[in-house]
Design a protein. Structure first.
Lengths: 128, 128
DNA sequence: TGGGGTTTTGCGAATGTTTCGCAAATCCTG
DNA sequence: CAGGATTTGCGAAACATTCGCAAAACCCCA
């Protein structure tokens, strides 16, 4: 039960994600596949992305316009993303600093931290 | 020009926001107003929220399901939100700690930080 | 206090994203 | 290569959000 067939559409989507380390929307992915003649239906794009997200190999985030975007992302160790406002490329950022912050939060507000998300916007090395 | 009429719908929406310090979606607000007999069209709810957001008195965030939610929020000084996973109530968190983090980010990755958003999820004092 | 010009509202229709049902196509295994 | 399980593609929903426009509400000032 619950096999995992290696199909052409899935291959195309995964290859595209591997080639571009930034958050892309389902529509963007769909359009780009179209351009490179690897036509995949939009519904399949959504389904594949959701599958990869559940599997944990893509990170999803909704952008300021409310559109969900996806990026390949190894979850091996917890980290955060610094997203370049200009080119959209993403830098991984480890998060040791947060530990002490968590304990301060606990002491000061009695808030038991069990999850967090951070996002940084700015300009990356190459764009500057 | 560009006056700012104090209308019944706006009053109702603002009063509701004042009474509940957690992020609410337009639909939730619309429904709750309905319940308390202060019927306001959904379009107006959206327009009012957008107006308040532009004015800077409400903070907007899109939740994990992609829906935009709003909460009254004085922007006087930059701070972050700790959202209780259970009751949804929001705690303000100042952010001095971030300064040193920003400079580490700059030195290590050449990433010029000019904006950031943090969100913490956990369980608040009263829920525990 | 009431008229008039401006701003808002409400409605339904339009838009855009995401999901769903289902038959046809694809894929793996033996 | 056949058979059964999984995926795909399509168009049709299901949502959230925005828009246009006529009617209603609001404020100002005579």
């Amino acid at each position: 039960m619950r096999a995992d067939y290696a199909t052409r559409p899935r291959g195309a989507i995964e290859r595209l994600l591997e080639s571009d380390r930034r958050y892309l929307s389902a529509t963007q992915i769909h359009t780009r596949l179209d351009v490179e003649q690897a036509r995949v239906s939009l519904a399949t794009v959504y389904r594949t992305l959701e599958r990869l997200h559940t599997k944990g190999t893509v990170s999803a985030r909704v952008d300021e316009r409310g559109e969900t975007t996806y990026m390949l992302c190894e979850p091996e160790h917890h980290h955060h993303h610094a997203i370049c406002r200009i080119c959209g490329r993403v830098e991984d950022v480890p998060c040791r600093a947060l530990d002490e912050f968590a304990s301060a939060l606990q002491q000061r507000y009695g808030f038991e931290l069990d999850g967090h998300a951070m996002e940084f916007s700015g300009v990356c090395n190459t764009c500057r």
